[in-house]
Structures are given as C-alpha cells and as structure tokens.
Design a protein around this ligand. Structure first.
Ligand code: C2E
Ligand code: CA
Ligand code: CA
Ligand code: CA
Length: 284
C-alpha cells in the first residue's frame, strides 16, 4: 500500500521508522524529565593522586526515568542539542549540581571541594557568566569552587564571544577545564589561545597505558608524560580520566599527573550513595 506526502517515504524503511520513533520517544522523555523533575546530577570524585584526598567532583547528567530506569547522557545530550532543549537541561543540571554540592559539603565538612560541570557549546551565550555568578552566590558557593568543563567543540564553535565569555569566568573567579584533551584536531593550540586552567587527559590514553601491545603501551606512556609536562609548563593542572586500575594510577602518579577520576576511585553516583561510600572509605 502506497502513501503520498513527504513523510510517506519514511514508512517504507523499517530502520528509519524505528530510529524516528526512538528519537521522538527521547524528545518526549526530555520534556517529561524537565516537567516532572527526573534529571539528576550524579557525582564522580576527582582524587589527588598524591595522598588520595577528594579534590572535587564532576557532575554527570542522568535521566531517572520512572519505567525505563536510569538513562545516560550519550543519547540525551545530542538530541537536546538538536532540539534546543539543551539550554533548559543544562540549567537544570547546573542547579542540581550546586544544590548537591552544598548538601555534600555539609555532610563531609569539606567546604573546599570543587564541582566540575560540563557545558555544551550551545550554552555559551553572553549571559552565561553573569547567570553563573548569580547562581553560585544564591547557593553560597565560592566561585573558585566552580570548574567549567568545555571540549574543543566549544572552542571550535564559530562564536566570536567565546574568548570574552571565558575571560569573564576567570574575572569572576571560576576555573576552566579542557575536557577530552588529546582527541581533537589541535588540542595544543587551544592551550595557547584560550585561558585554560585544567587539562583533562582523555580516557582513551589512560586505557592504553596498560594495553597488551608493548608498542602502544610505550607510546601512550610517552604521550601522557609529555602532555603532563607541557600542561604544567602552561601552568595548567592535569586530571586523568577513566582511571580503572592501580597500575594506571601508579604510572600517572609517577608522571606527575595531579589528579585522577575513574572507576578505581568511584563510579558516578547519586550523592546519597556517595556519602555512604565516602564514609566507608574513611573507616579504618
Ligand atoms: P565526559 O565529560 O568525558 O565524562 C566522563 C565519562 O566517563 C562519563 O560518562 C563517566 O561516567 C565515564 N567514566 C568515568 N570514569 C570512568 C572509568 O573509569 N571508565 C570508563 N569506561 N568510563 C568512566 P557519562 O556519564 O556517560 O557521560 C558521557 C558524556 O556526556 C560526558 O563525557 C560529557 O561529554 C557528556 N555529559 C555528561 N553530563 C553532561 C551535562 O550535564 N551537560 C553536557 N553538555 N554534557 C554532559
Ligand atoms: Ca567532562
Ligand atoms: Ca572527558
Ligand atoms: Ca569523553
């Protein structure tokens, strides 16, 4: 049976129809999540490799769906960026993350730990710094405890205001982390052109530190050591992402990497759960 109309063609491709339907479902989930307050900011500790103290947390978006369970950001972010919902989603995560930080600080007594929040390029408009300033002051969080995580995509984005916005963040006291470092086109040049404070070495490099293949293992060790040295020369501190084994941690420490983040230390989790984990790790 044939159909006319410009959407008719879609009906003849089961895969595409599936995809379209899935996508529509996610779009609806995002709207419901905003309305029903299903978005959460999970926290993952970022740990000093020397001494093992928790220096801060990265806030990672989760959608706690009442029937589908917990949805990870991979699908949500992309679709939210395409529909424009990312602005509202981003604001929601931001509020959750700051509220969680206040609660966690009260529970642990650590009033210094920082919170690192991921930003999509689309969130970078000129009112962002002033809105962030207002939010941190509303939550009573010192600006230096806020780390803005961006990727090369934000710096590549054809936005002449980027530099100004980043400078404003600095003036106001918060720090800027360059995420997924080393995976993009010209990572090093960004250290030169933008005011970056923290370099986050992508987890793909950390994974190959303990690769089976000796050549790959050797080369990635040289790379991680080199990236760390260059970042330190540029007066950036260095965080390694995706640290899963003690071997990786020991190598990173030996190379002078400042902090690590990964399943070895803790998974991203709701702060209630994190409070229990942190309590346990303080017990003898
Ligand atoms: P990312 O910023 O690079 O975050 C690190 C990702 O690595 C997280 O995935 C985290 O759960 C995962 N991870 C942490 N430790 C380990 C480990 O030891 N091993 C492995 N295999 N993975 C580890 P997640 O939570 O699924 O987030 C994926 C990406 O989604 C993030 O990558 C970030 O780019 C984006 N994202 C997350 N939350 C937000 C948000 O609130 N806003 C925006 N714009 N993007 C977000
Ligand atoms: Ca990140
Ligand atoms: Ca990353
Ligand atoms: Ca990543």
């Amino acid at each position: 049976k044939k159909r006319d109309g410009k959407n008719g063609a879609l009906l003849y491709h089961p895969m595409m129809q599936d995809h379209t339907r899935q996508r529509a479902a996610i779009e609806r989930d995002i709207e419901s999540a905003l309305e029903e307050d299903w978005f959460e900011a999970y926290f993952q500790p970022i740990v000093d490799l020397e001494g093992g103290r928790v220096a801060g947390y990265e806030a990672l978006l989760r959608l706690e769906h009442p029937t589908k369970g917990t949805l990870a950001p991979s699908d949500i972010i992309k679709i939210a960026e395409e529909t424009g919902a990312i602005i509202r989603v981003g604001n929601r995560v931001l509020e959750k993350a700051l509220a969680n930080l206040v609660e966690l600080s009260e529970a642990t007594g650590d009033k210094d730990a920082y919170i690192a929040i991921n930003f999509s390029p689309l969130q970078f408009e000129h009112t962002l710094p002033i809105r962030l300033a207002a939010l941190t002051s509303r939550y009573g969080i010192a600006p230096h405890r806020l780390v803005v995580e961006i990727t090369e995509a934000t710096l590549l984005h054809d936005n002449p205001q980027i530099r100004t916005i980043l400078d404003e963040f600095h003036r106001f006291g918060c720090r800027i982390a360059l995420d997924d470092f080393g995976t993009g086109y010209s990572s090093l040049s960004y250290l030169n052109r933008f005011p970056v404070d923290i370099v986050k070495i992508d987890q793909s490099f950390i994974r190959s530190l303990s690769a089976e293949e000796p050549e790959l293992r050797h080369k990635s060790r040289m790379l991680v050591e080199g990236i760390t040295a260059i970042s330190h020369k540029m007066e950036c501190s260095v965080v390694a992402e995706g640290v899963e084994t003690e071997e990786q941690r020991d190598i990173l420490r030996q190379f002078g990497v400042d902090r690590g983040q990964g399943y070895l230390f803790a998974r991203p989790q709701p702060i209630r759960q994190l409070m229990k984990t942190l309590e346990k790790s303080h017990q003898p």
